[in-house]
Design a protein around this ligand. Structure first.
Ligand code: DP6
Length: 325
């Protein structure tokens, strides 16, 4: 019996991925830059078993029909490389609450490919693992690595150059992330469907794609120079552009709640007051605040004070996906 367990953390994009250039290979239309978190994780055990006549996927102990297809497809890519057809049981557990607005697909697919690679004894390198994780979910390519990570949009048709690379290790610029949980309800339109709707219907889409390189360059420079203000400016710009783009879809996608908007104002107020803080928001209402560790108490107070913020989660930056058993 071949089995392995891997652990991966979610990540938060500072320069956003929204839109695909190829849906079959899941190739993004734009590059993206993220930070991998610590504390929160997905732990996934993959067990290949000759006696199984189909793959089994359990998330937090329950079968998950919605996600099984994507898990099986991703697993099959690794089976193909290994030249085997054996089915597997995949048991995945999230340490963070479902619906907390932290992308579990990112840590989920990163843990899945790293565990399957180990179980099948493939020994694939990090680039290859990130390419395979990307096939499961674009943002998962970034969770294969720790710290500050760039997912390159790549040029090749087969997507082999659409991989994540490291910009800085977590310890090289240990920022903090505070998440204001505003709603735990499942969003009506997820990222995959939302970004396709945008690509098909928004007249702003080409402007978004054309502007991505400038944002990536500014973020790369800010990260390498540890320039917080510069990183704050480009991250908030990328976030607001992504949401403006989503809102310009037909029908318009509105992920924010009132508390999200209130949070944006509060965080900007803190920054004007000299605190090293900025916000970002993904395809949901939760507000994610990046700051220096010294500003965490102030950020937590500010978020807790907003009516509509149900919970506040704290995390730092963490490592990439790894085998733990
Ligand atoms: C808003 O990676 O979830 O979080 O590739 O279709 O699985 P698929 O999309 P996904 O999209 C993430 C969108 C985002 C921004 C980001 O993480 O870059």
């Amino acid at each position: 019996m071949k089995q392995a367990t891997a652990l991966a953390h979610p990540n938060i994009a500072l320069v956003k991925y929204w839109g695909k250039r190829d849906t079959a290979l899941n190739l993004p239309a734009v590059g993206s830059i993220s930070i991998t978190l610590d504390t929160l994780h997905t732990k996934t055990k993959v067990r290949f078993d000759e006696t199984l006549d189909s793959d089994v996927f359990l998330l937090d102990g329950a079968s998950n029909a919605g996600e099984t297809r994507r898990v099986v497809d991703c697993l099959s890519l690794l089976r193909e490389i290994a030249g085997v057809q054996t089915h597997a049981e995949v048991r995945s557990e999230n340490s963070f609450p479902t619906g907390s607005g932290l992308a579990s697909s990112a840590s989920g697919f990163a843990a899945l490919v790293v565990a399957a690679d180990a179980a099948l004894d493939l020994g694939l390198d990090q680039s290859r693992l990130s390419e395979l994780a990307r096939r499961g979910s674009g943002s998962a390519a970034r969770s294969v690595l720790g710290g500050f990570v760039e997912l390159h949009h790549g040029e090749w048709e087969d997507g082999a150059d659409c991989i994540a690379t490291s910009l800085l290790d977590a310890a090289e610029w240990p920022l903090a992330v505070t998440v204001g949980v505003i709603s735990r309800k499942a969003k009506k339109v997820g990222s995959t469907a939302g970004m396709e709707l945008t690509r098909e219907t928004s007249s702003y889409y080409s402007a978004w794609v054309d502007g991505a390189e400038a944002d990536l360059l500014a973020a790369r420079v800010a990260i390498v120079e540890r320039d917080f203000q510069k990183l704050a400016d480009v991250s908030e710009l990328s976030c607001l552009k992504m949401h403006a783009l989503a809102m310009s879809s037909q029908p318009g996608l509105m992920y924010w709640h009132g508390a999200t908007v209130e949070g944006i104002h509060r965080i900007r107020q803190l920054r004007r007051g000299g605190h090293a803080v900025f916000f970002t928001i993904d395809a949901g209402p939760q507000l994610k605040v990046i700051s220096t560790p010294e500003a965490v108490a102030t950020v937590t107070d500010a978020l807790s004070d907003i009516s509509g913020v149900q919970d506040v989660l704290l995390t730092g930056l963490g490592e990439g996906a790894r085998v733990v058993d």
